[in-house]
Structures are given as C-alpha cells and as structure tokens.
Ligand binder design. Structure first.
Ligand code: SAM
Ligand code: SF4
Length: 330
C-alpha cells in the first residue's frame, strides 16, 4: 500500500470529504448573510465520483478514516447512499460526519443503518436568541432534536463543536459545558480561524484558548486527560475529576500542524493538503477524462507531498486561502 506522506514526515490517513458547499445556516464566522455563489451543479462530484475517489484513498493510499462535511452534508441528497457505499469498502474506514444537525432527527437512524459511526454537531450556544444571532436562523430546536436522535441512533460518542465569539457567546462557555455534560455529549471549543468568506477575522478579537480556560476555571476543575493526544486536534481535560471531558482546539494559539494527519477533498474534486493551503490539485478533470485509479492515486500522492510544515497564521505574511471554510470542508 502506498501512503500520503509529506516532506516533513507526516502521513495523511484522515480524509475530510466535503459533499457540498451549500448550507442552510449562515454562521457569521463562516458565511455572509446572503450566502455565497454556490458551485454550479455540474462542477460538483457525483455520488459515484465521490465513492470512486474514497475507494482509491482507502484501498491504495492508506486512508482509514473518512469524515463527511461541507457546507452542510445533510443537504446532499445522496448522503445515505454515499455513507453506505463507503461502509461497503474493504478495508472499511471509520466513517463520521460534521454537521449542523438540521434535519438530523429525521435521518440519524438511516445514516447509522448505512454505516455512519459518529457525528460531530456544531452548536455554539443553548440560548435561542444567541443561536439566531450567530447563525441568522431560528433553528436551535432542530439542532437539539438532531443531537438527541444521533445519540438514540448510536452515533456516539456525540461530540459538539463550539466557536466562541466576543460579545455574542463568550460568556456562555460554562453553561454550554454543563448542558453538554448533563446529556453525555462531548464538548470541544474551537478557536475562531481566518476562514470566513467575508475576511472579517481579527486576531485581537478572537477568543483564545487561555480565555476559554479562564472562563471554565471559574466553575469547573479541569485536569489534562491522561489519554495521549496523538494527531487529535483537541487537547482534552477531565471535568471535576471525570469521567466527563472537555476539549479545546487551539488552532491559532497552540497550533498542532506537526501532528496533522488530515487531507481534504472539496465538493468539486480538488485535493487540499491543508485547510489553509493556497493551492489545490484537481482530481475531477482526470477522473472525468478517464484516468485510471493508479494515475489518480499518483496525483493524490503528489498533492500531499509539498504540504507546508505549518499554517503560518501567526506570520505577518499570512494570506487567507481564497476559498472559505464552507467550500473547503471544515
Ligand atoms: N455545516 C457543518 C457544520 O457546521 O458542522 C459542517 C461544515 S462547518 C464549515 C465545519 C466546522 O467548521 C463547524 O464546526 C464550524 O463551527 C467550524 N467553522 C466554520 N467556520 C469557522 C471559523 N472561521 N473558525 C473556526 N471554526 C469554524
Ligand atoms: Fe453552515 Fe457549518 Fe458554515 Fe455554519 S459553520 S454556515 S452550519 S457550513
């Protein structure tokens, strides 16, 4: 088996597949209120094309984990079939999904039956008004129902990803953690990254990991969890002696690029070796021009090799990638 290794000794085994750039929320740190110019339908990979690329990655390139994301993966019509097709692969990868959970209450069972192993649900607040302010939609009840359905369907441990925004929900970390622990959801806070379409991110406005710890420390005793972190982006802490944990993904203030094992495929068939990469490698054109699996695998290997050692956000020369998070696949 070949590997997706780069010049700095890292090997990518975790494939993030964006199934669409479209979304039914408008989180202010991700998209403008009016949405974006969505990819034209013919540029988006078909279900069969997505499955062929995943198969090449898992059968030839050592990928053992596939995470579906977007945009919002639940708005992709063929999602259940894509999950089922991935679960039927030999070797079978771990299959997870990052979602805003709108509509998950209706599809969680079918997704679990198709082979989905786990979900990460994005939820930044449990206050309806704050939710509507941040996402520009009054849909908190849908997310809560989606979380419950995911847990009932066995898509656990159900994780929650939360982004704190100054002046909106930065005072709500303890209540979100309490709420998550009561329901056995594993909460992770993510530092806001410069990946919004509006280029509105400001280093001095983001809520840092240190601020998150300070806010949680006022109510909880956090201690580093003993399990090794490995390539996981979250630093894990036990809460009040455990077994509950909380994670902090400090992409900006404590970058973990040296341990990164991820590679990304956009909805239009471009490989990105990093969220912050400024270059992409086109797999869709060769795929549609009749390239063999071997040829596509070679292109994929070549795309990962030059992955930079770090994202460079803290360098003065940092330039935000031209595609926003919703188009790359978070
Ligand atoms: N729509 C799905 C969702 O929200 O879970 C999947 C795609 S979304 C782009 C993936 C993750 O990226 C979400 O957890 C979201 O909170 C996070 N995200 C989006 N923009 C971000 C930003 N600028 N900084 C940090 N995280 C961001
Ligand atoms: Fe949609 Fe996810 Fe972006 Fe929110 S973070 S606008 S749910 S893609």
């Amino acid at each position: 088996m070949q590997q997706l290794s780069d010049l700095h000794g890292r090997v990518a085994t975790d494939l993030r597949v964006s199934l669409t750039d479209r979304c039914n929320l408008r989180c202010s740190y991700c998209m403008p209120a009016e949405g974006l110019d969505w990819l034209p339908g013919e540029e988006v990979l078909t279900d069969d094309e997505v499955l062929r690329l995943i198969h090449i990655a898992t059968s030839r390139l050592g990928v053992d984990e596939v995470r579906f994301t977007g945009g919002e993966p639940l708005v992709r019509r063929g999602l259940v079939d894509i999950v089922a097709g991935t679960a039927a692969m030999v070797p079978r990868p771990e299959i997870s999904m990052t979602t805003n959970a709108l509509g998950l209450s209706r599809t969680a069972r079918a997704l679990a039956d198709a082979g989905l192993d786990r979900v990460n649900v994005s939820l930044d607040t449990i206050r309806p008004q704050t939710f509507a302010d941040i996402t520009r939609r009054d849909r908190l009840h849908d997310v809560v129902a989606g979380l419950e359905a995911a847990q009932e369907a066995g898509l656990g441990p159900v994780k929650i990803n939360a982004v704190l925004l100054r002046g909106h929900n930065d005072d709500q970390a303890p209540e979100l953690l309490r709420w998550a622990i009561e329901r056995s959801y594993e909460l992770r806070f993510i530092e806001q990254m410069p990946l919004d379409a509006q280029h509105g991110w400001r280093r001095d406005e983001m809520i840092t990991a240190d601020e998150i710890f300070a806010s949680l420390d006022r109510e909880f005793v956090l201690e580093p969890a003993s399990e090794p972190r490995g390539s996981a982006p979250a630093e894990l802490f036990t809460v009040n002696g455990g077994p509950a944990t909380v994670g902090v993904i400090a992409s900006i203030t404590r970058p973990f690029c040296g341990d990164c094992d991820r590679v990304r495929l956009t909805a239009d068939g471009q490989v990105r070796n990093c969220l912050f990469a400024r270059e992409e490698s086109d797999l869709r054109t060769p795929l549609r021009d009749g390239a063999s699996d071997d040829e596509i695998a070679e292109r994929w290997i070549a795309a990962v090799r030059p992955k930079l050692p770090g994202h460079g956000i803290n360098d003065p020369s940092f330039l935000q990638p031209s595609r926003p998070m919703s188009a790359i696949g978070g």
